[in-house]
Design a protein around this ligand. Structure first.
Ligand code: PEP
Length: 379
C-alpha cells in the first residue's frame, strides 16, 4: 500500500503582519486546488496568526499546524502553550524538534520526546523533525544522529501511536542554505531511518510511517526528490512563504490511477501529461543504460516506430524480456518526437505483465496526431 504523500510549510517567525499572512493564503487559493484524497498538506504559521488563518487554510484543504508545544501541561509555565490547549483551539497538528528549537533554544532529544508524548496524549498529530549538522554528516554520523534523536521517542510512543507521527528528516546544513540534499543522499538516509524503525519498533510501522524531506526544497527540485521510493513529501521553509508553495504540493501529488484501462486510439498527446495507460510488446529486453547509475531501459516497437521505457527499479527487468506482453498504467510521457516515444516508470506507475497477450504491433508514426498506437489519456 503506497504511503499518502504529505507536504507542510513551516513559516517560522514570518511574516511580520497578519495582513501578509492572509494575503499569502489568498494567493494559495488562486492556485490549482489540492486533492485531499491524494495528499495531506499542512502549514505552520506562528501562534497568533495560526488561529486567524486556520479557517481560510482549512477551506483550501490545508491543516493548521503549531510550530511547537510545551513539554508540560497547564499551570505556572510562563510563555508555554500546552498540547491540550492546542487541541482545545481545534489545532490538529504540531511540529516538534525542529533544528532551530534544538540548536537555538537548547531542546534536548529527551525534551523533544516528552513533547511528542504530551502531544499524542492530547490527541494531536506530530511532525517530528530530526537531522544532522554539517560536521556530523562530514564525520559520517548522519544515521547515528537520527537514531539518537529517534530513540527516546521510540521509548515513549506506543506502536499504535506511530500512525499519528510523521518524521521530517531535515539535514541542518540544508535548512535555509539553498544547498539541498541530492535525491540520492536523501533517499539513502530515509531508507536508513526506515530500517531503524523496523528494528526499533516494527516492520509494519517502518513500512507505514511517512518520512518527509526538508531543507531548501523548491518548486525546481521537489519533482526529482519525490520520485524516490522512501521520500513521502516535504517540510518546506522559505518556499512555503510563496504562492508557488502550491506548485510543490501539485508536484508531490500522485497522478490519477486509472483503475479500468480502456484502450483507444490516441489523437492528441501532451508530453508533460502523466497517467497514460498502454499495452506494450517488448522488442528489446531491459538493460542498464551505459554510464548511468541504476537507470534501465527497454524498447518496445517495430520498424515503424519505437517506444523506450525507462525505469530505476531493477526488479522490473525480470518482466521486461524480449517478446513479453506488458501493461503499463500511469506512465509519464516524457518525449514524443519523430515516431519515438519515451515513457518513464516512476513510483506511481504500474508496470506488469499483461493479462492477455498483446496481439498488435507497436506502431508510431512521425506525426503524433495520427499515431497508430493504443493508448488512453487520463479520464
Ligand atoms: C525548515 O525550516 O524546516 C526548512 C526546511 O527550511 P528551508 O526550506 O527554507 O530550507
Amino acid at each position: 500500500m503506497p504511503r499518502k504523500p504529505i507536504v507542510g510549510g513551516n513559516w517560522k517567525c514570518n511574516p511580520k503582519t497578519l495582513e501578509e499572512a492572509q494575503k499569502l493564503i489568498g494567493e494559495w487559493k488562486n492556485q490549482v486546488p489540492l486533492d485531499k484524497r491524494k495528499i495531506d498538506v499542512f502549514a505552520c504559521p506562528m501562534m497568533p496568526h495560526l488561529l486567524k488563518v486556520k479557517l481560510p487554510m482549512e477551506k483550501l484543504g490545508i491543516s493548521a499546524c503549531a510550530q511547537n508545544c510545551s513539554k508540560t501541561g497547564e499551570g505556572a509555565f510562563t510563555g508555554e502553550v500546552s498540547a491540550a490547549q492546542l487541541k482545545d483551539a481545534r489545532v490538529q497538528w504540531t511540529l516538534l524538534g525542529h533544528s532551530e528549537r534544538r540548536t537555538k533554544y537548547g531542546e534536548t532529544d529527551e525534551e523533544v520526546a516528552e513533547k511528542v508524548s504530551q502531544a499524542l496524549a492530547a490527541g494531536l498529530k506530530v511532525v517530528l523533525a530530526i537531522g544532522e549538522l554539517l560536521d556530523e554528516r562530514e564525520a559520517s554520523k548522519t544515521d547515528e544522529v537520527n537514531e539518537r534523536m529517534l530513540k527516546p521517542v521510540v521509548a515513549k510512543v506506543k506502536e499504535e501511536d506511530w500512525s499519528r507521527i510523521v518524521i521530517a528528516y531535515e539535514p541542518v546544513w540544508a535548512i535555509g542554505t539553498g544547498k539541498v540534499a541530492t535525491p540520492e543522499q536523501a533517499e539513502e538516509t530515509h531508507a536508513a531511518i526506515r530500517a531503524y524503525m523496523a528494528k526499533a519498533v516494527s516492520e509494519d510501522v517502518a513500512e507505514k510511517v511517512r518520512i518527509q524531506y526538508g531543507g531548501s526544497v523548491t518548486v525546481d527540485n521537489c519533482a526529482e526528490l519525490i520520485k524516490k521510493p522512501n521520500i513521502d513529501g516535504f517540510l518546506v521553509g522559505g518556499a512555503s512563504l510563496k504562492a508557488s508553495f502550491m506548485e510543490i504540493v501539485q508536484k508531490s501529488t500522485p497522478p490519477p490511477v486509472l483503475k479500468k484501462p480502456k484502450w483507444s486510439k490516441i489523437t492528441d498527446l501532451n508530453p508533460t501529461t502523466k497517467g497514460f495507460n498502454c499495452m506494450l510488446k517488448c522488442t528489446k529486453a531491459a538493460a542498464q543504460v551505459e554510464g548511468t547509475e541504476g537507470v534501465f531501459e527497454a524498447v518496445c516497437g517495430d520498424d515503424t516506430g519505437m517506444c523506450t521505457v525507462s525505469f530505476r527499479n531493477k526488479d522490473l527487468c525480470d518482466i521486461c524480456k524480449e517478446g513479453a506482453s506488458l501493461r503499463m498504467q500511469n506512465a509519464a510521457v516524457r518525449m514524443v518526437k519523430g515516431g519515438y516515444m519515451r515513457l518513464v516508470v516512476d513510483k506511481w506507475s504500474a508496470f506488469k505483465p499483461a493479462d492477455e497477450p498483446v496481439d498488435f504491433e507497436v506502431k508510431t508514426s512521425n506525426d503524433v496526431s495520427s499515431v497508430e498506437y493504443e493508448l488512453v489519456g487520463e479520464s
